[in-house]
Design a protein around this ligand. Structure first.
Ligand code: ADP
Length: 325
């Protein structure tokens, strides 16, 4: 068992070049025990490179990485004992059955005797492989089920740290939900770092995100903090039956600090939909309700429109999302 006071992952000033190209440029971060952290960035940002270095499969040019206090560069095997790694495009033997493959992997990971059978059964249950896929050839499984086999493999030896590189890539929305639930179920049991460029995924199953772009960390923190840092505005929308003549003046005169207020559209049922943007950190929902009600505009609803992680990502990396796909 790892010492809970030692970070599960510690990365200090890591740099990696491929020829003249600098894929990682002096990155540092730590992940504490039990955290589920999203490692987020566009394609080519350096996510896989970082994960390969953490997993002891590749050497950095400079800097250091340690897993549960074990330095990866000088003791890769020691560090790997703490890790379950699911690489991007996880290569799996297509001609093995799921239970056979997991038993084989369990043995490679040092499990012995009845522990192999017990643990294979446990991970197959956890990854929902037991019901449908247990005796199936891996080659006959859907991509979603193959990803589950990859996750089952990563958690098989109950590692302290699970490293997953793009576990939801190429999956359909149903499969993504299943994998997300699976990742969420690891919370509190293992430390997890999961890379993705699917922002909504990361937002739903992680405690904190690290955003990397061009080999550098551009933001790190819990999502509410990143929202405040990169997108300090709060946006509310409200719909009313009666048009408001000068909505900004009306609301400001009644104590609601507005940066802008605009009518977005007239809904099919005749309601007017407004959007209010404010730099105030105060929660204004209730005030807006009261002020608009007082004016007898026929208020239907007020909603706070929280920016998505994608909005934060764009603000942090200042890149057009479409360019990165
Ligand atoms: P990500 O996982 O964020 O998509 P990678 O870590 O795979 O990014 O790659 C970071 C950059 O390094 C990319 O520009 C990629 O083309 C380059 N790169 C990755 N692996 C190699 C390699 N083996 N040789 C040369 N360049 C590489």
């Amino acid at each position: 068992m790892a010492d809970p006071t030692i970070p599960s992952i510690s990365v200090q000033n890591l740099t990696k070049t491929y020829g003249a190209f600098r894929a990682l440029d002096n990155i540092s971060f730590t992940v504490e025990k039990g955290e589920i952290v999203g490692f987020l960035g566009p394609n080519g940002a350096g996510k896989s490179t970082t994960m390969r270095i953490l997993s002891g499969l590749m050497m950095a040019d400079s800097g250091s990485a340690s897993i549960c206090g074990v330095p990866v560069a000088s003791d890769a095997i020691g560090a790997q004992k703490h890790i379950g790694y699911m690489p991007e495009n996880n290569p799996l033997p297509l001609d093995m059955r799921v239970d056979e493959y997991l038993a084989f992997r369990a043995e490679l990971k040092g499990l012995r005797g009845s522990n192999i059978k017990r643990r294979v059964a446990e991970v197959m249950d956890l990854c929902d492989l037991a019901r449908k896929a247990k005796r199936k050839m891996i080659g006959n499984l859907s991509k979603g089920f193959r990803q589950r086999v990859g996750i089952a493999d990563a958690i098989l030896a109950e590692p302290d740290v699970v490293i997953m590189d793009e576990p939801t890539i190429g999956l359909d929305p149903h499969q993504i939900v299943a994998i997300r639930n699976l990742i969420t179920s690891l919370k509190g049991k293992m430390t997890v770092i999961i890379s993705s460029h699917i922002l909504a995924e990361i937002e739903m199953c992680t405690d904190r995100v690290i955003i990397i772009n061009h080999g550098q960390i551009v933001a790190s923190g819990e999502i509410p903090y990143l929202r405040r840092r990169f997108l300090p505005r709060t946006v509310y929308s409200f719909s009313v039956q009666v048009e408001i003549a000068d909505p900004k003046e009306y609301l400001e005169n009644r104590g609601i600090p507005c940066e802008s207020v605009s009518m977005l559209r007239r809904e099919k049922d005749g309601y007017f939909l407004y959007e209010l943007s404010t730099l105030s950190e105060e929660s204004l929902g209730e005030k807006i309700i009261n002020v608009v009600r007082e004016g007898n505009f026929g208020l239907r609803e007020v909603r706070r429109e929280d920016p998505s992680l994608e909005d934060i990502f764009l603000a942090a990396t200042k890149r057009v999302w479409d360019e990165t796909i």
